[in-house]
Design a protein around this ligand. Structure first.
Ligand code: ADP
Length: 351
């Protein structure tokens, strides 16, 4: 079957070079087993403008050729920026940099931003993990389509390790794998903190360039415990236009800035900044005013990382377990710009 897959891929032509994916050497890996096929495409350029289009074309062609097979095409791009060096001698010593994603309130898209940022970083060639620490509404399993995953425990060098889920080439550990959604509200205080500590220190992360932590909304003891366990190199605050500058966001900024916490703020992402209907892709409706997050960031002295509009593909991606940054080229571009700034912040401020 792997040869058949290659032959399907050899019918897909790169518009710029006129060569097909196979002869261009872009097919890095092909695997097929048990009704599933995975293809890794690696593009030579760091920002091949056709990468996502070709990935979509490859997926469509493979699905047509093998209708009963679940097909996944993963894109990687060559020559990523120099990999950050991992810190040493800790249980999280194989993780080079930790990025926390926070928000003042729930429902502003913090988890969606975390998942899409993870995919954007992976597309840039980084090895990425996601720790879903949002005990009040762990949604990363849904974002990555691995809701039913039950983590295995294994022994590694005499230590017990928890095996993370893997989706879209991203390692994922979520508090949602251990609690039922209806029990989440009972998980307060010490119980949640202990579970999170275990997830931080016992997950078999492997070597990661970036671990993204989806924090619970707001500020509180859980945040402080996570900050105490993991040295966070960059914090990203997600806000919607309505929520900008409200007390919760200000408290978030103050928490990271507090001298006892001192987590470097990478900046603010404005999510749901405008609305673009599917049938009018050029239109932008600023339903809640314009530029608020940028003004707030300037006032608060926090970098502004960029804005993400409300678009259908982001919502659908979240529902279908495939973040839109891996599928929709527009969304990938918006997230790429934010990811580049976050990487720069994590590399310069961190450690
Ligand atoms: P939070 O983690 O802050 O509670 P979520 O990431 O779960 O919020 O997002 C809340 C809802 O909003 C989800 O249904 C998600 O699909 C949707 N959503 C988030 N960002 C966008 C966006 N930019 N465009 C469309 N829908 C979005």
């Amino acid at each position: 079957m792997e040869n058949q897959i290659r032959s399907v891929l050899s019918a897909i032509i790169h518009p710029e070079t006129g060569k097909n994916l196979v002869e261009s050497g872009f097919v890095e890996h092909v695997a097929a087993a048990a009704g599933k096929a995975t293809v890794v495409l690696r593009f030579a350029k760091t920002r091949d403008p056709f990468a996502i289009k070709l990935k979509n074309a490859a997926e469509a062609a493979l699905r047509e050729a093998f209708p009963s097979t679940e097909v996944l095409v993963v894109v990687k791009e060559g020559g990523a920026a120099p990999r950050p060096e991992p810190k040493t001698k800790t249980t999280t010593g194989t993780i080079a940099r930790v990025i926390a994603v926070a928000s003042g309130k729930g429902g502003v898209g913090k988890s969606t931003v975390t998942a899409n940022l993870a995919v954007a970083l992976r597309n840039m060639g980084y090895r990425v993990g996601v720790l879903d620490a949002d005990i009040y509404g762990p949604s990363q399993p849904r974002m990555f389509g691995v809701e039913g995953y039950v983590p295995d425990a294994v022994q590694e060098e005499g230590e017990e390790r928890i095996v993370p889920a893997e989706a879209m080439d991203i390692r994922l550990m979520s508090i949602g794998f251990f609690i039922r959604p209806t029990d989440a509200l009972l998980w307060r205080g010490a119980m949640a903190v202990n579970a999170l500590k275990q997830m931080i220190h016992q997950t078999q992360w492997g070597a990661l360039d970036f671990l993204l932590v989806d924090l619970p909304p707001g500020t509180g003891d859980i945040h402080l415990s996570i900050i105490g366990e993991l040295k966070i190199d960059a914090a990203v605050i997600v806000s919607t236009p309505q929520q900008v500058a409200v007390a919760d966001v200000v408290r978030g900024v103050e928490m990271f800035r507090n001298e006892n916490v001192a987590v470097p703020l990478a900046g603010i992402v404005e999510n749901m900044a405008w609305f673009t209907p599917e049938e009018l892709p050029e239109a932008r409706y600023y339903l809640f005013g314009r530029g608020g997050a940028q003004r707030f960031a300037a006032q608060a002295g926090v970098p502004f990382l960029g804005e993400i509009p409300i678009v259908q593909s982001i919502m659908e991606g979240a529902d279908e377990g495939r973040p839109a940054a891996g599928i929709d080229p527009r969304v990938e571009r918006w997230y790429r710009q934010i990811a580049e700034k976050v990487v720069a912040a994590a590399l310069t401020n961190g450690r």
